[in-house]
Design a protein around this ligand. Structure first.
Ligand code: GLN
Length: 542
């Protein structure tokens, strides 16, 4: 039996260099060469998970099948590698400390002084090895930037890990910025030298340095990096800005990243790497002439990463239809009912994404009303579905004050807090005490009504999708809604929780209680998004 090989990816100089995308691309390449790969993220912040963080702080919260609320980089990993991430693939300093302190209270450390080294670092190492069986490679990305106080225990842990499991079983990749100075027309290697120096001072010698640069790095500068950072010149790998992220695997392969990784471990490729799918979609994304305009109406539209998976899924829907998707992001709080028509008359489809809290809801409801009345394709996701139900209740069922109990107690809550539900036959109790990790989270099954639009889209009557919400549409209103033309076309297996609503007399109007965007992939666009984009295109031709 062969042990998994570990690849640690750290970043230096500045954040947002694309560590996640680099790790994800490498995962794809190794996989395509015939190896089994796993990717993990180690985040140095103190939150136990990003579940309670505002999207403004940290971008989207990504949800796994097994119900973990994770860093959005796990979304990149899934989309590029096609492997579904698990709870055990994301840890934070908060989770590690939480664990260690719990054990300390239980007396598990037998009277010892509990310290960062060895107790915290041991726990980190346990996590790195945990739940790995048949993988050939485990890629571990360390969040943050070398030199941060927070990342120290993680760096110390991976140093120890490499020492203990043998240098030949581990590989360190360091990603840095190689800036171009316009004034002197020069490419600068000094920040990289400093960052590697910092890393070496804690005992980690990178094996490969990935240099992010806006232009190609000349041989002289590569030599300099090689010399000062103590790596072979072939292990100085440049990554020049790409026009679309789908080009990243192609570009890393061209720069021989995967080849150098295999060389380090002294193993051969099992298969010829297949870049065809990425070439195809890169070409499509860059050259498609036709396009469709979609409005996303939400509260976090100012921050690009807040709807990362959603933006991606819509692009995938475009890929499936050979269309470019232009996103019009509209801040719901600024959407006054009398401006709806003006602001929305150029879009062919309207999407309301997930969300929390009352702010901006009236704008969303007005936009839904507009989509329903004017036969504009509409997709409501999670909160978006709940708002669609409220809109319908107010205007078609004549429940004028229809609302959600998320906004305060009311007798007219068509959306309400569900305190109990079934998962795999077990009764789960929701709670209002802690906000972290207490929602209905992860993959749940839904039954779809035969001949409904949704079952035609999925080509199935049984689906599984990922959830992240606390409130549910109240099933007791089912008949009233259906009489007026909004049918509950998807429902939980116990018939208690409405999962999907759709309108009978509308070309394409769907609300889903789950988040389909988490399962869409560039090489396998999600059918719901493909169908939504197609409907929007048909609408635009009218
Ligand atoms: N705030 C709503 C709930 O908790 C919707 C959540 C979401 O859109 N993800 O049910």
């Amino acid at each position: 039996t062969s042990m998994a090989r570990y690849i640690f990816v750290t970043g230096g100089v500045v954040s947002s260099l694309g560590k996640g995308l680099s790790s994800a691309s490498l995962a794809y390449l190794l996989q395509s060469r015939g190896y089994k790969v796993r990717i993990r993220k180690l985040d140095p912040y103190l939150n136990v998970d990003p579940g309670t963080m505002s999207p403004f702080q940290h971008g989207e919260v990504f949800v796994t099948d097994d119900g973990a609320e994770t860093d959005l980089d796990l979304g990149h990993y899934e989309r590029f590698s096609g492997i579904s991430a698990k709870k055990s693939d994301n840890i934070t300093t908060g989770k590690i400390y939480n664990d260690v302190l719990k054990r300390e209270r239980q007396g598990k450390y037998l009277g010892k002084t509990v310290q960062v080294i060895p107790h915290i670092t041991n726990r980190i190492k346990e996590f790195i090895k945990h739940d790995v069986s048949k993988e050939d490679f485990v890629i571990c990305e360390i969040g943050g930037t070398v030199g941060d106080i927070e990342s120290l225990p993680f760096l110390e842990a991976i140093r120890q890990f490499s020492n203990e499991s043998g240098k030949k079983n581990t590989l360190f990749i360091h990603l840095t910025l190689v800036p171009y100075m316009k004034a002197s027309d020069e490419i600068k290697t000094k920040p990289t030298q400093h960052s590697v120096k910092e890393l070496r001072s804690i005992g980690i010698q990178p094996n490969i340095i990935i240099c992010r640069s806006e232009r190609s790095i000349p041989l002289d500068q590569r030599k300099k990096i090689s010399l000062f950072c103590n790596v072979s010149i072939d292990d100085v790998i440049q990554t020049v800005d790409v026009k679309t992220i789908y080009e990243a695997p192609i570009s890393f392969n061209k720069e021989k990243l995967d080849e150098r990784v295999l060389k380090h471990f002294k193993i051969k490729s099992k298969k010829k790497v297949n870049l065809q799918p990425w070439k195809k979609i890169t070409n499509l994304v860059l050259n498609t002439k036709n396009s469709v305009n979609i409005a996303i109406i939400g509260k976090y539209v100012e921050l690009k990463d807040a709807y990362k998976s959603l933006d991606e899924a819509l692009t995938h829907g475009g890929i499936a239809n050979n269309l470019k998707v232009n996103l019009e992001r509209i801040e719901s709080d600024h959407l006054k009912p009398n401006e709806i028509k003006n602001k929305l008359n150029k879009v062919s489809g309207i999407l309301i994404p997930g969300g929390f809290g009352k702010r901006g809801t009236e704008g969303k409801i007005a936009a839904i009303h507009y989509a329903r009345k004017n036969n504009i394709p509409f997709l409501g996701i999670c909160f978006g579905m709940q708002m669609a139900v409220i809109e319908f209740a107010r205007n078609k069922l004549n429940i004028k004050n229809a609302t959600s109990s998320e906004f305060g107690l009311s007798k007219a809550s068509v959306v309400g807090l569900m305190s109990e539900w079934l998962k795999d036959g077990k009764l789960m109790k929701g709670t209002n005490k802690d906000l972290g990790g207490t929602m209905r989270l992860g993959s749940y099954e839904a039954k779809l009504i035969k001949n409904s639009l949704i079952s035609k889209i999925y080509k199935s009557t049984k689906i599984k999708e990922r959830h992240r919400h606390r409130y549910e549409v109240n099933i007791n209103f089912k008949e009233n809604f259906e009489k007026k033309g909004m049918i509950f076309s998807g429902i939980s297996p116990d018939n208690k929780l409405p999962e999907i609503v759709e309108l009978k007399n509308h070309p394409w109007f769907i609300g889903v209680q789950f988040h389909p965007e988490f399962k869409s992939r560039p090489l396998a666009p999600h059918p719901l998004f493909s169908s939504f984009i197609k409907a929007a295109k048909i609408n635009s031709n009218k």
